[in-house]
Design a protein around this ligand. Structure first.
Ligand SMILES: Nc1ncnc2c1ncn2[C@@H]1O[C@H](COP(=O)(O)OP(=O)(O)OP(=O)(O)O)[C@@H](O)[C@H]1O
Length: 117
């Protein structure tokens, strides 16, 4: 891949992030949550490994929410009609987001709680 193609792909990815922030309330919510968690981590004082875990979870959560939003668009593009497969596709993707969010919340509690109480 040459440099100009690389930067073109990078530009499209940046447009994707901008579109997700502009059009998806859930993505905005996760960005806001990420800022709060990073501030809490900063003031709590985490170890190097704990920072790696928190950053990994934040990145994974936002990326997964964006993939979910992309999948919703593809489903809506394919059919405007009610279709059981469309429902399964959207609900499974939403379920994946929920699984990751729950796991992240538990890991977050396990990291922060012992330092606060
Ligand atoms: N074309 C479709 N056929 C069948 N079920 C659908 C279809 N589109 C959406 N659904 C289902 O209807 C419910 C609500 O979907 P809706 O599109 O309103 O929200 P969403 O796509 O889940 O997320 P968001 O509110 O973030 O857009 C979900 O269970 C979804 O799977």
């Amino acid at each position: 891949m040459n440099a100009s193609r690389f930067f073109r792909s990078f530009k499209f990815a940046a447009e994707g992030i901008r579109a997700a922030l502009a059009k998806e309330q859930n993505v905005r919510f996760h960005f806001l949550s990420a800022i709060i968690v990073v501030l809490a981590a900063f003031f709590t004082g985490l170890s190097y490994i704990e920072w790696l875990i928190i950053i990994g979870l934040i990145g994974g959560m936002i990326a997964l929410e964006m993939v979910n939003s992309a999948l919703e668009r593809v489903v809506d593009l394919v059919t405007g009609d009610f279709h059981p497969l469309a429902k399964q596709a959207k609900d499974i993707a939403a379920g994946a987001v929920l699984v990751f969010a729950l796991a992240s919340a538990i890991i977050g509690l396990l990291i922060f709680m012992p330092k606060w109480f």
